[in-house]
Design a protein around this ligand. Structure first.
Ligand SMILES: Cc1cc2nc3c(=O)[nH]c(=O)nc-3n(C[C@H](O)[C@H](O)[C@H](O)COP(=O)(O)O)c2cc1C
Length: 423
């Protein structure tokens, strides 16, 4: 709780020029950013008035789980928050709030893609063109979105992608972790050592996985793997689709972080399949390969020992003109033949998008920009709301599609564009 607010409550601002209403609102905002909601704020207000000191705490409401119709008839699901956070009704509107809270350069860093942004828009358009076929006459009064995947029991099959949120807002990675914890979500991150211990002690640490773009040599890879195994990561991830910094025109125009046109800036161009064996020799954790887009690479990932793959084109931030991930998914699923779980990311903005990906064989999906917009719009609680909203939209979609659980989501529930118009 801010000293400023305490002073206001105890009358210290009675003679001051500050507007007490504004101070209260600022304090509420700080409270929400720290992961606490309006109800906690009101409780804190009462406690402070009674003379107790108060610390902002994260939401203790568990995130979405199996949904059963009850006396509230669904009205209390998903969890409710303050008016500000509940204002935007979908991910698109949370994106719009983030556009107002970030400056142009930061907003475009999150939202833009590389070059002409074909991949970015095609990822989304693939969902638009893929149609749903619902099955009726199924009892869907209880809907279970839970799944076990590579040792993780997920309440719902929507995972946070690794995106460096510290570059989006100060302390973004830690705030997003608190939000993921509040939403009972599995959290992907690129650097976590600075805050996981603190969050564990505060009981605000989500289950999390670490993912980086590889390392230059075996020793660096194994040191990294050991460090993160000891720190409590659940999976080790390697992103394989980013050997060179791509041309990101909007970032270049904004002079964001020294991006330049047409400069060959290597990341880890020497990365090969051997990298997987380096990690596996250093750690017992599952190794997940992110950035697969075709059957040959999916089969190679299995051959070289990957425990899971993510069909991904880096959300259209790497190779422009790449195949949309939803289109690449079926060939990857076929090539893997059930030996390891196939996940997918890129362009998921709705629960119905998740259902389409699961129907085409993904075991789970990941989201990159939505939680990044959430943390920019509202801090930790924004991330929590994004995940709860997507999970709730998926629940609604499953209810309408006639799927009471994830195993009931079938290939027959989607029609691909070329099937739709086949005569
Ligand atoms: C701001 C931002 C930073 C990202 N940083 C990384 C990164 O460091 N490593 C990585 O593997 N992917 C990174 N990504 C890509 C995401 O992990 C993910 O593949 C992509 O965002 C999925 O598409 P979506 O944003 O449409 O959900 C980043 C994405 C964004 C939006």
């Amino acid at each position: 709780m801010t000293n400023q607010f305490q002073k206001w409550l105890t009358g210290g601002y009675a003679q001051a020029e500050e507007d007490p209403g504004r101070i209260a609102l600022d304090s509420l905002r700080a409270f929400e950013e720290s992961g606490a909601g309006r109800r906690q704020f009101m409780a804190a207000l009462g406690a402070l008035a009674a003379g107790y000191s108060v610390n902002a705490v994260a939401q203790t409401i568990p995130g979405p789980g199996p949904f059963t119709l009850d006396a509230t008839n669904g009205k209390q699901y998903p969890p409710q928050h303050g008016m500000k956070v509940m204002g935007p009704v979908n991910i698109h509107e949370i994106e719009q709030v983030s556009a107002r809270t970030l400056d142009v350069a930061h907003f475009e860093y999150v939202s833009s893609g590389s070059e002409d942004e074909y991949t970015l828009t095609d990822n989304i358009r693939a969902y638009e063109l893929t149609k749903l076929r619902q099955h009726v006459g199924v009892d869907v009064s209880r809907i279970d979105t839970s799944i076990d995947i590579l040792g993780q029991k997920l309440a719902y099959p929507i995972i946070l992608d690794p995106t460096t949120k510290n570059t989006v807002v100060p302390d973004g990675d830690r705030l997003a972790a608190i939000g993921a914890h509040g939403a009972n979500a599995f959290y992907g991150v690129t650097n976590a050592l600075a805050f996981v211990d603190e969050l564990k002690q505060a009981n605000q640490c989500p289950n999390w996985w670490i993912c980086q773009l590889g390392h230059r040599n075996r020793q660096l890879a194994q040191t990294w793997a050991k460090q993160y195994t000891d720190a409590g990561a659940a999976w080790l991830g390697v992103t394989v689709d980013h050997p060179y910094t791509p041309n990101r025109d909007r970032n270049i125009r904004n002079k964001f972080h020294n991006y330049q046109s047409g400069v060959l800036a290597p990341v880890i161009p020497s990365l090969t399949w051997e990298y997987i064996s380096w990690l596996k020799a250093a750690s017992p954790l599952p190794v997940v390969v992110k950035g697969i887009l075709n059957a040959e690479d999916a089969a190679a990932a299995v051959k070289y020992g990957a425990d899971g793959i993510v069909v991904s084109n880096h959300g259209g931030r790497a190779y422009d003109g790449a195949v949309p991930t939803l289109v690449a998914l079926p060939e990857c699923v076929d090539a893997v033949r059930g030996r390891i779980p196939v996940m997918l990311d890129g362009g998921i903005r709705r629960g119905s998008d998740v259902l389409k990906a699961l129907a085409l064989g993904a075991k789970a999906v990941m989201v990159g920009r939505p939680p990044a917009w959430g943390v920019a719009a509202f801090g930790a609680i924004g991330v929590q709301r994004v995940m709860e909203l997507l999970a709730a939209e998926l629940t609604v979609s499953m209810g309408i599609a006639g799927a009471p659980n994830l195993a009931a989501i079938k290939r027959s529930m989607v029609r691909l564009p070329w099937e739709e118009y086949r005569l």
